[in-house]
Design a protein around this ligand. Structure first.
Ligand SMILES: [Zn+2]
Length: 183
């Protein structure tokens, strides 16, 4: 029988932590991939949490869902650039369950871990290093690669509780699901 999880969105204090972990993750990624601030603006993604998700963007099975759209909602603002737009949909209720289950797992390191992992996917999609539609072995290998890069980026960073998160989730099989759709 599936466990019922109540889908309660993050409250203000948790959203503030999320904002902090997003900054940490974006810094790590832009340094690692040597992406300048102006280049970074061309990566077409948003990170949103439960309160801003549509029904089909919600899952109870993973920390996040990456939803690919063939056009960006910001398209007109960005002067006709082409390419896919990725919405990283964080699943507040699944994240909260992991924290409540284990007192050693804290929100800041866990969300920094999740967002770093998801942004690596986004960069690899945007650079065509990863196909969005890959399946089976290819997808499994890609997931191992992204886990390895995430570990490499985070294992030396001085965030309280990060070692515990790395230990618990370094091979996590349910980081995200992928969802592609037309606009
Ligand atoms: Zn992944």
């Amino acid at each position: 029988m599936a466990t019922f999880i109540e889908r309660v969105p993050f409250q203000d204090a948790e959203i503030a932590v999320l904002r902090h972990s997003t900054e940490i993750a974006e810094d790590l990624i832009s340094n690692h991939y040597r992406i300048s601030t102006s280049e970074w603006k061309r990566y077409r993604y948003d990170i949103q949490s439960l309160k801003d998700l549509r029904e089909e963007e919600i899952t109870d099975e993973a920390f996040a869902q990456i939803h690919r759209y063939s056009t960006s909602p910001h398209q007109r603002l960005r002067g006709g650039e082409r390419g896919d737009y990725f919405k990283i949909c964080l699943q507040d209720h699944v994240i909260r369950r992991a924290i409540e289950r284990d007192a050693h797992i804290l929100l800041l390191p866990l969300t920094a871990y999740i967002i770093t992992h998801e942004l690596i996917h986004v960069v690899r999609f945007a650079r065509f290093l990863q196909r969005f539609d890959s399946t089976g072995v290819e997808q499994e290998n890609e997931e191992k690669r992204v886990h390895a890069i995430t570990f490499h980026l985070l294992h030396n960073c001085q965030i309280k509780g990060m070692p515990e998160v790395l230990h618990a989730f370094k091979d996590c099989r349910t980081m995200e699901t992928f969802l592609g759709s037309s606009p």
